[in-house]
Write a protein that binds this ligand. Structure first.
Ligand code: G6P
Length: 439
């Protein structure tokens, strides 16, 4: 990107409770990343939240004495026009829809999760048409801008934007940075001393090399990680990994792998939680209610610590790091979601993959992993990627056949009967959000 004096950022889904994190990050990094115009955009249903979060963002900027103008708008085009970066953190159908995504699979004895399995599939069907609409507007109004997509299921949504638009798209997740922080804490070192090599797809990546303070500690860390606590994100149960399993895998699975490798225990926990606290959407609704009460306080001018109860910790760090490395042509390594382009020869070229990338002014360029990917990792990755490929097609074209095959293939659904029942419920309960399936 041509280096500009002033940058414009548009945040789609700006009324999210996470926005104060982003604002904090932009304030902290103002010297290296001169964002002067920050547009927070939302839809009519999110107007109240947008106003509350926007007022807090203004107080934060004022308190810090930062030179950032905050604009609140329901007019997406106004926000996108001439932007340098567009970030997407939207949730089509709000938390009500997330709750349905988590409950429908559980009714059939399958994992109910917002990004993984049938829940993530439903979210993808609702989200992809909206993201492609944003891409159309970016092609017209901000053709040079980067789309930084946080919207879940981030890998699938990113793949759709890469396949069906010309927009320069990078998919982001806080999981890679979260793991780095967890490992740094484990060794009692600063996160800058930890380097990880990750390979996979979003919410299904394996860490194949762990370097701490310049030494490769992969094998010894895996031995220590067995039975350890704290290697997970806030929203995922901290079930311990088995030692023999980790040693034979030779890599550290990500938090979300528990839904696959420990499916029965995770399902039992979810069913138990359902009776007490409800699904994760119910928990998040309560946390959000508390957060928005705090955000309303006219004396609050910082990000409140309660936000750390959410699973998305460090998300602003990820977004601001990426924007800064692009703007400053930094050429550092970040783990993000990009087009495969042959890097992993066993996946389609146009698949999105989550791997280490060099980030420069032109975007993120994947780096060849130093270790070969064996069948124990490749097999699951290929299977879930095939599900993702079918899901992108189903969502983009309203294709019920592809939708049925996607669910039947997914290891957390896996039979024709379950796929059919779950699909019928998803289509029925999401009707207002699935115009592509209405004809
Ligand atoms: C994780 C994931 C994010 C996800 C978040 C959900 O950290 O990496 O992709 O959005 O958790 O957190 P929540 O608090 O909404 O359950």
């Amino acid at each position: 990107m041509a280096r500009k004096e002033q940058l414009k950022v548009a945040v789609i889904g700006g009324g999210s409770s996470y926005t104060p994190e982003l604002v904090e990050g932009l304030i902290k990094r103002g010297a290296e990343l001169p964002v002067k115009e920050l547009y927070l955009v939302d839809v009519e249903a999110g107007r109240e939240k947008l106003e509350i979060v926007g007022a807090l963002a203004r107080r934060m900027v004022e308190k810090a004495g930062a030179d950032i103008r905050i604009h609140l708008t329901l007019d997406r085009k106004e926000a996108i026009r001439g932007a340098d970066f567009v970030t997407t953190q939207l949730r089509v159908g709000q938390l009500e829809a997330r709750g349905r995504d988590e409950r429908i699979p559980l009714k059939y004895g399958c994992i109910g999760q917002e990004t993984t399995g049938a829940g993530g599939f439903a979210k993808a069907l609702r989200t992809i048409p909206v993201i492609l609409g944003i891409c159309r507007e970016m092609e017209e109004l901000a053709p040079e801008a980067f789309l930084l997509n946080f919207t879940n299921p981030a890998g699938i949504v990113t793949e759709a934007a890469l396949k069906y638009s010309r927009v320069r798209t990078i998919g982001l997740c806080n999981l890679p940075i979260g793991l780095r922080m967890q490992i740094a804490e484990f060794y009692g070192v600063d996160a800058s001393k930890v380097q990880l090599e990750m390979v996979g797809i979003n919410h299904l990546n394996w860490t194949t090399k762990i370097v701490v303070d310049g030494s490769d500690v992969t094998a010894s860390f895996l031995a220590k990680a067995a039975g350890a606590k704290g290697l997970t994100m806030k929203n995922i149960s901290d079930l311990e990994w088995d030692g023999d399993f980790l040693r034979s895998l030779g890599a550290l699975p990500c938090s979300y792998h528990r839904y696959y490798y420990m499916r029965d225990e995770m399902l039992a926990e979810q069913l138990e939680d359902l009776k007490t606290e409800g699904t994760r959407a119910d928990v998040v609704k309560r946390v959000e209610a508390e957060l928005f009460e705090l955000y309303k306080d006219p004396d609050l001018a910082i990000k409140p610590p309660q936000l750390e109860q959410r699973g998305g910790a460090y998300y602003s760090e990820v977004a601001v790091n990426l924007m800064s490395s692009i703007y400053n042509d930094r050429k550092d390594i970040q783990t993000v979601n990009v087009r495969n382009g042959g890097l992993l020869p066993f996946l389609p070229d146009d698949a999105s993959i989550e791997v280490n990338c060099v980030v420069d002014a032109e975007g993120a360029h994947p780096v060849q992993p130093s270790n070969l990917v064996g069948p124990e990792i490749r097999g699951l990755m290929q299977l879930v990627k095939a599900y993702e490929e079918l899901t992108v097609e189903a969502a983009a074209h309203g294709d019920r056949d592809k939708a049925l095959q996607a669910l039947a293939l997914h290891p957390l659904v896996g039979t024709a009967d379950l796929a059919r029942s779950i699909l019928m419920d998803i289509l029925e309960e999401n009707k207002p959000y699935l115009p592509q399936f209405q004809s």
